[in-house]
Design a protein around this ligand. Sequence first.
Ligand SMILES: O=c1ccn([C@@H]2O[C@H](COP(=O)(O)OP(=O)(O)O[C@H]3O[C@H](CO)[C@H](O)[C@H](O)[C@H]3O)[C@@H](O)[C@H]2O)c(=O)[nH]1
Length: 380
Amino acid sequence: MGDAGAAPQTVPGDRCIPGGAGGMRRTAPERDEPGASAGPGRTGAGGVRIGWASMTWLITGGAGYIGAHVARAMAEAGERVVALDDLSAGVPSRLPEGIPLVQGSSLDGDLLKRVLAEHAVTGVVHLAARKQVGESVAQPTRYYQENVGGLATLLDAAAGAGVRRFLFSSSAAVYGNPDVDLITEDTPCAPMSPYGETKLAGEWLVRAAGRAHGIATVCLRYFNVAGAAAPELADTGVFNVIPMVFDRLTRDEAPRIFGDDYPTPDGTCVRDYIHVADLAEAHLAAARRLTGDVSGDLTVNIGRGEGVSVRELVTLIGEISGDDRAPVVEPRRPGDAPRAVASAGLAARELGWTARRGVREMVESAWEGWVHHHPRTPSE
Ligand SMILES: O=c1ccn([C@@H]2O[C@H](COP(=O)(O)OP(=O)(O)O[C@H]3O[C@H](CO)[C@H](O)[C@H](O)[C@H]3O)[C@@H](O)[C@H]2O)c(=O)[nH]1
């Protein structure tokens, strides 16, 4: 995964979920949070409360590609949501009306304290982070400062504000390059880039803070996120294979395949692509798992459990875009794992969540988003 050339790092004897402390417990029958008020869609006929506890969720990075999908999905499902985003990559118009957006950074402790208090936040979904593998190799201190330092600041503020639910956006990058068919949550972690290291360190910090302050935590390890729930929500960055291939086609250039001599069925790298709308639903499921009297921590893969090769993906993109020119094969990209496919069983068992959308739907929706953001002029 990624283009990092850094040596893998392992902590001796470490598994991704340290010390056997993992696992989440429901300590009492589900009930409403003390002092919480009913939110939309939570009151049944006759005023009987039929749902989960009423929560207000702070979503950091809420105007970003993934964050805005999460914010929308949670709001549409009746959760109260407030977004925080420094707008370095976020776009305010991605958020529907009714979701407050606070512009600011998770490194700003005073702002965090204010937002948590003013909005009476009861849970945090932390997505704000830098996420480019190559950039993390060039600027490791920046990645540690923003991804780990920002998280520490946020956890301090959340603990101080009495928040007892915390959901952390982690990544399959924590695993590095494991030689397994399906990556389970017990597969040893050996990140191959500072980016992956900050996600693994972030998980450790989340669990440690959870234990210290009585915060129930969930870490979601995303595999390769793609697609869009609506064209205007599409990823505008050109950092991953699908937008990179779109970009080549738009420039009238052949798609590139980085290496076709890997030990995989067609020689190209295999990944587990997950639709961002499914990923958003996974956050909702995790948020609801965190509601009520739960304690402990949970770390789960968010993938489909199905591998797709780069060549298969490029062929599908050619079909969907109508530009099926032959790809060119270039040398391997340093640091890429031949295969990274999730075992998706734990998410199904613990969250009751399974991905519903396939790769065709991801590429179709990503292409619609690309065309939306890159309209051709009449002369083209
Ligand atoms: O033009 C391209 C672009 C990419 N690839 C290949 O496509 C595969 C997927 O590459 P991506 O850059 O889309 O994704 P990665 O699997 O490298 O990494 C992604 O998933 C990781 C988690 O697994 C991290 O989250 C990381 O930030 C994110 O970029 C790789 O084999 C890559 O070599 C090509 O062949 N041609």
